[in-house]
Design a protein around this ligand. Structure first.
Ligand SMILES: NC(=O)c1ccc[n+]([C@@H]2O[C@H](COP(=O)([O-])OP(=O)(O)OC[C@H]3O[C@@H](n4cnc5c(N)ncnc54)[C@H](OP(=O)(O)O)[C@@H]3O)[C@@H](O)[C@H]2O)c1
Length: 329
């Protein structure tokens, strides 16, 4: 197939491109910078310059590329300073998920492309009641915290319009495995604490495994929504100390809920104490996918041990107003 990858130069795109080529597909990959375009060429893709928020340019690029399939992996999450207002942090990504997805789908329709796979997100989205591990059929959170409502709506939008068009939305877990993963610095600096009992559950995915599932999704008939996460959804109190250790950081600090709410806001408290994880059973069963890193336990070590600072953390930073609270998308 000729596969048009929007966001080919990003964290998942650069892993997806070689895997697609390895399966015998041709790849047309987008980027807005000449340097990244050269990197895509080196990976074996045909680079194309594209701003996904320019509807006319999207139409032109897709019609000229004449693809058989389109993958949407464009997000704007690099170099983010996570704040207590998730919607502000994710504003650009939300536009890529709404306007960007719409533009790609319109172009796909005109170009006669009926294979479409788009990036969505799994963690922190399902209703915060009942069991701690949810499936694709379980209801989404009807009342997300105020500061993440726009982001939640943008993810719902991607899933609705893509599946209505016959495509597949992949709810990835929190990505790890890249040198610029958003959680690395806050965890190294012990700025990402366990809140309350640390019961909030997260689902993780190594970027290589996410890319492998994406290739399989492209070769699968839609419509559908699949959780692409590892086998071990886990509460913060379990995964955070393992991540800190893999990064050579000191053990995470613990904050009571009220203090975390004061300094970090409601979104961080909900993620740290109430969020549910998700099951990957459907992706394994229907896509025939198996993660190479079934658990973050071995994945964190494989991804980060060699990047751990030589000197282990010394001293404990004070509790300051500017404490950064990291989350992924
Ligand atoms: N599920 C998750 O946990 C999740 C999801 C996404 C990202 N992340 C994390 O966020 C960090 C940064 O992600 P990243 O390196 O993938 O960077 P990114 O800034 O999120 O870029 C992703 C891709 O989107 C493209 N893009 C951004 N804005 C665009 C626009 N207006 N039009 C067209 N394409 C656009 C970028 O292309 P250009 O070459 O044009 O910049 C790039 O190819 C990574 O650590 C990653 O793991 C996590």
């Amino acid at each position: 197939m000729r596969v048009f990858v929007a966001g080919a130069s990003g964290a998942i795109g650069t892993r997806l491109v070689p895997q697609l080529i390895g399966r015998g597909h041709e790849v047309i990959g987008t980027s807005r910078s000449p340097e990244k375009a050269e990197r895509l060429r080196a990976l074996g893709a045909e680079p194309v310059a594209l701003d996904l928020l320019d509807r006319a340019a999207v139409r032109r690029a897709v019609l000229e590329a004449k693809p058989d399939a389109i993958v949407h992996q464009a997000t704007a999450l690099a170099e983010l300073n996570f704040s207590r207002n998730s919607d502000r942090t994710f504003a650009e990504t939300n536009r890529l998920r709404t306007e960007g997805t719409d533009a790609l789908l319109v172009a796909a329709r005109e170009a006669g492309v009926d294979r479409f796979v788009a990036q969505s997100f799994a963690s922190y989205r399902t209703a915060r009641e009942g069991g701690w591990v949810k499936t694709e059929d379980d209801p989404l959170d009807p009342g997300p915290p105020a500061k993440m409502r726009e982001s939640s709506a943008a993810m719902r939008h991607v899933e609705e319009v893509v599946t209505n068009a016959g495509g597949i939305a992949l709810r990835y877990g929190i990505f790890y495995g890249a040198a610029n993963d958003g959680l690395i610095e806050p965890v190294r600096k012990r700025q990402y604490p366990i809140i309350g009992d640390g019961e909030g559950v997260a689902s993780w995915i190594h970027l290589d495994d996410a890319a492998a599932a994406t290739v399989l999704a492209l070769e699968h008939d839609g419509p559908g929504i699949f959780n692409v996460v590892d086998d071990e959804p886990a509460p913060v109190r379990e995964w955070l100390p393992v991540l800190a250790d893999a990064l050579g950081a000191g053990p995470p600090r613990r904050f009571p809920r009220w203090l975390a709410r004061l300094f970090a806001g409601e979104v961080a408290v909900v993620m740290g104490t109430e969020a549910r994880g998700v099951s990957n059973a459907k992706a394994k069963r229907e896509l025939g996918w198996q993660p190479r890193y079934p658990s973050w336990r071995e994945g964190f070590v494989a991804a980060y041990k060699s990047t751990a600072p030589v000197e282990r953390h010394r001293g404990e930073p004070g509790l300051k107003g500017e404490t950064r609270w990291a989350t992924s998308s």
